[in-house]
Write a protein that binds this ligand. Structure first.
Ligand code: C5P
Length: 223
């Protein structure tokens, strides 16, 4: 068994994008690489936590030493998270698609003269919100916010709307190179206020967040 301040703590971490099928060969997706989620799972593991890592089709491999549950869609991710609960800590680092294609085709759509297939979208379950308002709510629930505009205001509004304890917000404007990149600059929003962290490698963001999580769970590194 692992040693460290999070020994005996069960953490569920979502990571990566989701893929929402259009037909058997096409899907709607987003640019999440899964790098920050994988780094966080590794950092929690390093502090001794038991980590269930629920991952969409990410560009980076899952870390070793965690329980990996691979999913494709948001609805599958919701089901996998429900199965993994109860837990002491939930971290929603996945870039979950807000919608799926309601009229996804069972067979490959054919290109027909002039006619583009009409896609109808339906809302996906909000996993973070469901976990934060669930009967078996983990003691610490942390969400992420990827924003291109009004980061501070959107992050605090999101924390309240989702019912989570913390929001880790980052600016994913293309010019930042954060989405798919090696570094991140985050704003940590809690009930006590907000902190802007300097830009640093995603692994370092993960280590610092994991230490803060340990402290919030009453498992500080020292003392
Ligand atoms: O609403 P928005 O997608 O910006 O919220 C981001 C946060 O909510 C992330 O933590 C993400 O993992 C989570 N989320 C979720 N299920 C959704 C949409 C977002 O868990 N359907």
């Amino acid at each position: 068994l692992g040693d460290g301040p999070l020994r005996g703590v069960r953490a569920v971490v979502t990571s990566g994008p989701t893929h929402e099928p259009i037909d058997p060969v096409r899907y709607v997706a987003n640019r999440s690489s899964g790098a920050q989620g994988a780094a966080l799972a590794a950092a929690l593991r390093d502090l001794g936590a038991t980590v269930v890592f629920v991952t969409g089709p990410a560009a980076v491999p899952p870390p070793s030493g965690v329980e990996v549950r691979r999913v494709e869609t948001a609805r599958e991710m919701m089901a996998a998270v429900r199965q993994a609960l109860p837990a002491d800590l939930f971290v929603g680092a996945a870039a979950v698609a807000d919608w799926h294609v309601e009229n996804a085709a069972g067979r490959k759509l054919k290109k027909e003269r002039g006619a583009m297939p009409p896609l109808r979208f339906a809302e996906n379950p909000d996993i973070l919100r469901a976990v934060a308002s669930g009967a078996d709510r983990p003691g610490l629930v942390v969400g992420f916010a990827a924003e291109t505009d009004d980061l501070a205001a959107n992050a605090e509004a999101k924390r309240l709307r989702k019912g989570c304890d913390w929001i880790v917000a980052n600016d994913v404007s293309p010019a930042t190179g954060i989405m798919g990149g090696a570094e991140n600059a985050v704003r940590l929003v809690t009930a006590e206020g907000a902190e802007d962290w300097p830009r640093m490698p995603k692994g370092e963001v993960a280590r610092r967040l994991a230490e803060r999580m340990a402290a919030a769970l009453g498992r500080p590194l020292r003392g």
